[in-house]
Design a protein around this ligand. Structure first.
Ligand SMILES: Cc1cc2nc3c(=O)[nH]c(=O)nc-3n(C[C@H](O)[C@H](O)[C@H](O)COP(=O)(O)O)c2cc1C
Ligand code: SF4
Length: 448
């Protein structure tokens, strides 16, 4: 795993490389579990929620929803509530959550216990992809240690608060990262999204109020309680407080993961930490945020990496992947390969996504083979926009984003492709997603 060191403030990776993640005493020696103690012995659940709200923390699972607000929406009166940590991390190129789970598992456990206290949940689940065996083993080891040391279990810190935690593993479907499919999967059913409403905060796991948060989101919580909302808000920008883990990959000199305050531009991060592009290459595009996010043209790389600035230019932060693609890579091969991923991962429950991903793929391959028409480009746009508004879950709603953003910024390449030029798409590689994977594998992050 390639971890890129930076000079700046660290929050979720503050202990990374500084402690042995398998030794709870090393976490405790660096102030670990003090925030949980503070919450349980000196704060009401409402005060914890207010502090998290005031910090400006937004969910790191992709949508950026304000965390404190989500907690405050949890139904109040219920005999049982749950906090669920989304550790599915199935988006190609994303490896940030494994960094936390394998490098500082107690930071996540402490964040979950605090979240449990805040919403009134006595039970938590960490839903982790089955392939991530190192993460699962590390978490189970840490949970046992936390229990043995009185940080999980009954009457924590002499209070009447009880909190238990369990790891559940998924079988490796991207859709199981969607919060309601994840809940179905924990319940033992096939992982397919539910209709919303009801939202999990009202009726989630086994029909009980449930908060689902990302690993990185929860790992921020102990530091917010320790240093205070004002300190946290002073990092990053007004609407994007704190830090974010970014994954640099593709055709950069240096690839790997790093934690940075929100606000540097895409160019600055790629040049300062990524070392720029490999010798003699020019930037063709940046696939920013992960497979379901937008394709960014070179003209937009001076945009700051914040929720608000990216949204203003029609892009998104997604899971924090910064995939640089140089001018030697075939444009249509990349787009086709990316779309193939979504057709493969669509769960098939709703028609717009089941049919839409297949038809988009079909049209793209036709264009890539040199047999496309200008009408195909209109159809791609119509299909993509139809999926955005009618697909049942975020998978189908976001799947066309790379196609729609690339139509917006790289129309010349599509027009060239439909104007009769026979393209060099390697069908076998596209079908096996080999091209797509090859970009991400350029980032040597092998955590499991
Ligand atoms: C297809 C799909 C896959 C997703 N995968 C993940 C994932 O791996 N991890 C994650 O935290 N959120 C994922 N999400 C978002 C979750 O549904 C949910 O919004 C998130 O876990 C909420 O946590 P947050 O508020 O802390 O960001 C996914 C959503 C979709 C539609
Ligand atoms: S949008 Fe796709 S993944 Fe989501 S429910 Fe519909 S078919 Fe399944």
């Amino acid at each position: 795993m390639n971890y890129i060191e930076t000079d700046g403030v660290k929050i979720v990776l503050r202990n990374f490389g500084k402690i042995d993640p398998l030794k709870v005493e090393e976490y405790v020696a660096r102030g670990g579990y003090e925030s949980l103690k503070k919450a349980l012995t000196a704060m009401t659940p409402e005060a914890v929620i207010e502090e998290v709200k005031a910090s400006g923390l937004r969910g790191r699972g992709g949508a950026g929803f304000p965390t404190g607000l989500k907690w405050s929406f949890t139904k109040k009166d219920a005999d049982q509530k749950y906090i669920v940590c989304n550790a599915d991390e199935g988006e190609p190129g994303t490896a940030k959550d494994r960094l936390i789970m394998t490098g500082d598992p107690h930071g996540l456990i402490e964040g979950m216990a605090i979240a449990g206290y805040a919403i009134g949940a006595t039970k938590g689940f960490i839903y982790c992809r089955g392939e991530y065996t190192t993460s699962i083993n590390t978490l189970n080891h840490a949970i046992n240690q936390a229990r043995e040391n009185g940080f999980l279990g009954e009457n924590l810190f002499g209070t009447d608060f009880t909190f238990n935690l369990e790891v559940r593993s998924g079988a490796g479907a991207y859709v199981c990262g969607e919060e309601t499919a994840l809940i179905e999967s924990i319940e033992g059913h096939r992982g397919m999204p539910r209709f919303k409403p009801p939202f999990p905060g009202g009726a989630g796991l086994w029909g009980k109020p449930t908060v689902v948060n990302n690993v990185e989101t929860l790992a921020n919580v102990p530091v917010i309680l320790d240093k205070g909302a004002d300190w946290y808000k002073s990092i990053g920008t007004e609407k994007s407080a704190g830090t974010k883990i970014f994954i640099l990959c593709g055709n950069l000199r240096n690839t790997g993961a790093l934690e940075l305050p929100f606000g540097m531009t895409v160019r600055e991060v790629m040049e300062t930490y990524g070392g720029g592009l490999l010798t003699g290459r020019d930037l063709q595009m940046v696939h920013l945020g992960g497979a379901a996010s937008g394709i960014m043209p070179p003209a937009l790389i001076d945009t700051p990496l914040t929720y608000e600035d990216l949204q203003a230019v029609g892009q998104g932060l997604g899971s924090g992947v910064i995939l640089a693609i140089d001018d030697q890579k075939d444009f249509m091969s990349y787009i086709c390969s990316n779309t193939h991923f979504f057709e493969h991962e669509s769960c098939g429950k709703c028609t717009p996504c089941r049919e839409g991903t297949a038809r988009i793929n079909e049209i793209l391959h036709r264009i890539a083979a040199g047999d496309g028409t200008l009408e195909d480009l209109d159809n791609l746009k119509d299909l993509g926009e139809m999926m955005q508004i009618s697909a049942l879950c975020g998978l189908g709603q976001a799947a066309p984003t790379p196609v729609l953003t690339s139509l917006e910024h790289f129309m010349d390449k599509y027009v060239e492709a439909v104007s009769g030029k026979k393209n060099e798409v390697n069908e076998e590689a596209v079908a096996t997603e080999a091209i797509h994977k090859s970009y991400y594998e350029a980032a040597p992050i092998k955590l499991d």
